[in-house]
Design a binder for this molecule. Structure first.
Ligand code: C5P
Length: 219
């Protein structure tokens, strides 16, 4: 087994949540910690890869001579940065929990309390993974799916719609899996097959995912 099987391979990884501004002090976001994406970046670096990590706001830190971290806030910024790097990478892994919607406009001043209720109009954000999946040439493109029902079926639809090589299904039903946890339970889904993994630390899950893609890179 090669000691640095990912030497000379370039990875692009998105991680963390996105924050979509409502006004200068408020945003729409989610509880993604960024941990899964950062663990994947760390594992790829340890195996010799060069990594560009596009990160939404997280409390994660990672340093390495072969790592470039680009901090972004919004889905639109994340897309712009990912598009900049996509053509030159061998692997794109979308681990970010991108906000599906953003406020239609950002108020320039702090919104005052209303007497009764307040309505914020939302518009759809771009799907970063689907956009780049369509642009795929030789890249291996991998996504995640977090489902609460019909997991395998929904994940397969996303695998196809977003033109992925495989999709990592996160189980929310299992205790210890998902957001803000140190562990995760995944299945790796291909068009015609599925591999189930045990509940493991996110570090071990990152290794499983990387192990799964190495043969695809060398195919
Ligand atoms: O469609 P859904 O949001 O369930 O798909 C999840 C996958 O798509 C994840 O890999 C996520 O990073 C990616 N995604 C994205 N841009 C979006 C929404 C999801 O890259 N706007």
């Amino acid at each position: 087994f090669a000691k640095l099987p990912l030497k000379h391979k370039k990875f692009l990884i998105t991680a963390g949540p996105t924050y979509e501004a409502i006004d200068p002090v408020r945003f729409i976001g989610n509880h993604s910690s960024g941990k899964m994406g950062y663990e994947i970046a760390k594992t790829a670096l340890q195996l010799g890869a060069e990594v560009v990590l596009i990160s939404g706001p997280t409390s994660m830190a990672l340093e390495h001579e072969n790592l470039k971290i680009i901090q972004v806030n919004t889905a639109q910024e994340m897309l712009r940065e990912a598009e900049n790097y996509f053509d030159e990478v061998d692997v794109f892994i979308a681990a970010a929990a991108v906000a599906d919607y953003r406020p239609a406009s950002v108020a320039s001043e702090k919104i005052k309390k209303a007497d009764t209720h307040l309505t914020i109009e939302l518009v759809k954000n771009p799907d970063i993974l689907a956009t780049l999946g369509k642009r795929k040439k030789d890249q291996i493109v991998i996504g995640f799916a977090l489902e609460t029902e019909n997991g395998v079926e929904n994940a397969r639809k996303k695998l196809e719609a977003k033109n992925l090589d495989f999709i990592v299904l996160n189980s929310l039903k299992d205790k210890g899996a998902g957001f803000k946890k140190d562990t995760n339970k995944i299945s790796i889904i291909y068009p015609g097959s599925i591999k189930e993994f045990d509940l493991k630390s996110k570090t071990e899950v990152a290794a499983d995912i990387i192990n799964e893609l190495i043969p695809l890179l060398n195919a």
